[in-house]
Design a protein around this ligand. Structure first.
Ligand code: BGC
Ligand code: BGC
Length: 873
């Protein structure tokens, strides 16, 4: 053991016993319940202040200069939301009129702009993940950023890596990318860079363990109160799985991170000092700001000390007119509870993100309103005041439809093909089946926030949506192709018209069946699914539809639009089902993209970013659908540790239907010549030293008289302001317990230099984690007859007893001409071959023998070589 490890180990023993997450997931063998049950989250204070780490120096300096000019009330203003539906965006903070600084505008979503017209509807995160293409992820991010920028949005509320996708039934998985942390990590980093290069702040969300919709917030369940769910996990699982992509987002410079509704180890996400102070701002060196999810803040001072920097949408409950911050934040500073440096830090972080992406030059005034599509209306929707021009209907779509179509095709995964595909377009009779082939009778945006499953499915439901400018349906695109060739094409789009379906299937030379499965955010229930899916079966009687067609037509092609894996047991082996495609949630160009694939205008090259199993139970623990502890927080114990998706299938030796990374092409590829080269890199050194002391940018008067409502002030109903109602602080607080028994968490007000964290040191973590230790090359040959793309994948076996069989650690999408070869190249970093050591509180390369594999999927790994890590330990 190198010396630093021995020292860190000793230092960490005390830490580990008192101050870290639980360090084991193994339930006691005596049958008692999980060690994670009722797990707690250790306190960590003070909240680390921004220092301009990494490439944040310039933004930090500008932010400090700006915040130094602000009054206390103005600083409170830029950290506190103005209240639900008080302003034009889904969230806004107060402005600084004195300096001509407009309110910062936060707007959903991760796949475009929610609540606006003339915007593009991009493929969902979990769909574009299947493209395995860094360039397209970046481009999509950039284009979404351009659109937000042109509407006047400062902060795009996306991308998503929480949920990661622990269980495929999780309602919002499709908003994120993949249950594999490495794949999600690269996708989120490229998306963040894209959005921010366009001059808009990316808000990576939801931090963290927001893995299901049921019980995500405190509320009523069948008439009784149930507190928010607690996702309970251990330190190793946190680092090796759920935190991993957040680290990549921070390293890519994400300006904001949204804390989640749920509790983690029984501490609320937005006031979890361990996760926000120690892990995110400490270990990961996050320099931007933490924003609450909408009403996920449940305390004032406690959340301030626990690292929250911005409260959204600002009110305690939607439209309560009250805030945990606003006047209470003002109060907490002037009565000395919270030191001003903590507020300065929050404001500086917000402004640093603003400058980091160049909003000082990119910003345009907001020209739309979230709450109405009318041209004229109320600026303050809830209060019904400020009548005027609210929607300028600016078309911000540029020519994004082109890349939307291409990336939707690139993300389509060919799961089965007995040779029928690609179609020629000259088939004698093409029959199209399924309500998923056609348009929602109410229009593509006819159900608010896409909260229904009518017609073809091209995005899930909830806040992670955008309005379609149009939605090209599969039926119209297929008709247009066949029509050009003068063929016969007909459809039955009522899934229950059995006799018509059967009759047409008999006559058809090719039948294309469209089926789907939907999910979304928990505030909308669709067909009995409260956000989370109740099961993994096809919706709208999809299995019966496929049966009715395939029983009568021996050339049945199935196209699945779904939020994630579905059960295909009833049909995938049927000889009459000649091809199966997974097209995910493709966005506005859905029909064109699938027709491009079906008719061979685009050779499919997508690969699954998750596993298709044959039973929901194969994926591991179920979601929690019923309270587990009366009115207390349901205890969701993540006992499976890092074993989710393919890692679970591998661990339990379950053969998946279609494994993670799987996907066919109209051509074929062969793999040869793996070559591993060691790259010299020094020994890993944990970060040491101390931070600077917290700067205080203002020394505001503590005289309550300074913070009263201005005279003749026009108050907007339920809008959140920073002013006090009284010069008597007890009265101003409206808190009967004001001043009684307040005890500060130990260290919370300490502004002296703080010890740096060994695994930290720069945004994302210790920079040496990204040292390249090996390069790997392999030769990939297109031995078929068509040009095509192959997503080449690299997996590593970390070799330890507790390690998954293999973990994804590299990939590239290569376009190769028939008969030609290409060289796959991947870098393996220190992080890629390390494990999280709970005792050392750092990443270590274990002694276990490690192997690298290269192949076409997580289970087709023809090439392998040993990885000799001895020099790096
Ligand atoms: C969702 C967030 C969203 C916010 C604003 C919340 O309920 O969880 O993802 O950004 O609302 O709409
Ligand atoms: C809003 C969403 C928000 C949700 C919170 C809905 O009414 O439209 O933006 O995410 O409430 O539960």
């Amino acid at each position: 053991m190198p010396r630093w490890r021995a020292q860190a180990f000793l230092a960490a023993i005390s830490l580990a016993s008192a101050q870290t997450f639980p360090n084991s997931t193994t339930p006691p063998t005596n049958g008692s319940s999980s060690p994670l049950n009722n797990a707690d989250s250790p306190p960590f204070y003070p909240s680390p202040w921004i220092e301009g780490l990494g490439d944040w120096g310039e933004a930090y300096a500008k932010a400090q200069a700006f915040v130094s000019q602000l009054t206390l009330l103005e600083k409170v203003n830029i950290t506190t939301g103005t209240g639900w539906q008080s302003d034009h965006c889904v969230g806004n903070v107060g402005s600084v009129p004195r300096l001509g600084f407009d309110s910062i505008c936060m707007q959903d979503s991760p796949l475009g702009i929610r609540f606006a017209d003339y915007v593009s509807a991009f493929p969902a995160g979990g769909t574009i993940a299947a493209a395995w293409d860094r360039g397209e992820w970046y481009r999509r991010g950039y284009q979404m950023g351009q659109e937000h920028r042109a509407k006047g949005v400062d902060v795009q509320l996306g991308p998503v890596v929480g949920p990661l996708g622990r269980n495929p039934k999780g309602g919002r998985n499709w908003e994120g990318f993949s249950p594999d942390p490495y794949l999600s990590g690269i996708a989120v980093a490229d998306t963040v860079r894209g959005i921010q290069d366009a001059g808009v702040v990316a808000c990576t969300k939801h931090y963290i363990m927001n893995e299901q919709e049921h019980f995500r917030s405190p509320g009523n369940f069948e008439g009784s109160f149930v507190d928010a769910i607690s996702s309970n996990l251990d330190d190793k699982t946190l680092h090796e799985l759920y935190l991993w992509p957040f680290a990549d987002a921070v390293r890519a410079g994400t300006g904001a991170i949204m804390c989640s509704y749920n509790k983690i180890n029984n501490s609320q996400g937005c006031q979890n000092s361990y996760l926000q102070n120690y892990i995110l701002k400490g270990e990961l060196g996050f320099q931007g700001f933490i924003m609450s999810d909408w009403d996920a803040q449940h305390s004032g001072v406690a959340s301030t000390f626990a690292g929250l920097d911005m409260t959204m949408p600002g009110d305690t409950d939607f439209n309560s007119g009250l805030s945990f911050w606003g006047p209470n934040l003002t109060l907490s500073i002037i009565n000395g509870t919270v030191p001003e440096w903590r507020l300065d830090d929050a404001a500086t972080r917000i402004m640093a993100a603003y400058y980091y992406v160049g909003r000082d030059t990119a910003s345009v005034p907001v020209n739309f309103d979230s709450w109405s599509r009318d041209t004229y209306g109320y600026a303050n929707f809830y209060a019904k005041t400020g009548y005027g021009l609210i929607n300028q209907h600016v078309d911000v779509r540029f020519d994004h439809f082109r890349s939307i179509r291409r990336t939707a095709a690139m993300s389509t995964v060919l799961l089965k093909n007995n040779g029928v595909l690609p179609l020629k377009g000259t088939e004698k009779w093409t029959a199209v089946f399924g309500n998923d082939a056609t348009e929602n009778a109410y229009g593509p945006n006819g159900c608010p926030d896409r909260g229904c499953d009518n017609g073809t499915l091209a995005m899930g439901w909830g806040s992670g949506t955008a309005d379609f400018p149009y939605l090209v349906t599969p039926l119209e695109a297929i008709k247009s192709t066949v029509g050009q060739n003068g063929g016969v094409v007909q459809s039955v789009t009522d899934n229950w018209a059995y006799s018509q379906i059967q009759q047409m299937a008999k006559e058809a030379s090719v039948s294309i069946v469209f089926v789907n499965a939907d999910s979304g955010e928990g505030y909308i229930t669709v067909d009995g699914n409260m956000g989370d899916r109740n099961n993994l079966t096809l919706w709208q009687d999809g299995d019966a539809l496929i049966r009715n067609v395939s029983a009568n037509c021996n050339n049945t092609i199935v196209v699945i639009h779904s939020v994630g894996p579905v059960l295909v047991n009833s049909f995938y082996q049927s000889p009459n089902v000649s091809a199966i495609l997974w097209a995910g949630l493709p966005g506005q160009e859905s029909g064109n993209a699938i027709a491009d694939i079906l008719y061979g205008r685009y050779n499919p090259g997508g690969k699954l970013p998750f596993t298709f199993g044959s039973d929901a139970a194969e994926y591991g623990p179920d979601l929690i659908y019923e309270p587990t502890a009366g009115s207390e927080s349901p205890q969701d114990n993540f006992e499976e540790g890092v074993f989710i998706d393919y890692r679970a299938f591998d661990q339990k030796n379950i053969t998946p239907v279609y494994e993670f990374g799987f996907g066919l092409s109209y051509t074929t590829f062969s793999y040869s010549n793996i070559k591993v080269t060691k790259v010299p890199a020094g020994e890993y050194t944990p970060t040491t030293g101390q931070s600077k002391a917290a700067p205080t940018l203002g020394n505001s008067s503590t005289d309550p008289a300074q913070y009263q409502w201005p005279s003749n002030f026009t108050y907007v109903n339920t809008f959140i302001y920073p002013y006090l109602n009284s010069t008597d602080l007890r009265t101003a607080s409206q808190d009967p317990e004001y001043g009684l028994n307040y005890t500060w968490p130990a260290g919370a007000t300490d502004s002296t230099p703080q010890a740096r964290i060994g695994a930290g040191g720069a945004p994302g973590g210790n920079p040496q984690l990204w040292d390249v230790l090996f390069t790997v090359e392999a030769t990939i040959t297109n031995n078929g007859t068509l040009p095509g793309d192959e997503v080449v994948q690299l997996y590593v076996s970390l070799g330890g007893e507790d390690d998954p069989k293999v973990v994804l650690r590299g990939f590239d999408r290569l376009s190769i001409q028939p008969g030609q070869s290409a060289t796959f190249h991947a870098d393996i970093t220190r992080r890629d071959v390390s494990n999280w050591d709970v005792a050392a509180q750092n990443w270590v390369i274990t002694d276990a023998a490690k192997t690298v594999y290269v192949g076409a999927s997580s289970r087709k790994l023809p090439l392998s070589a040993a990885l000799d890590t001895s020099d790096y330990r």
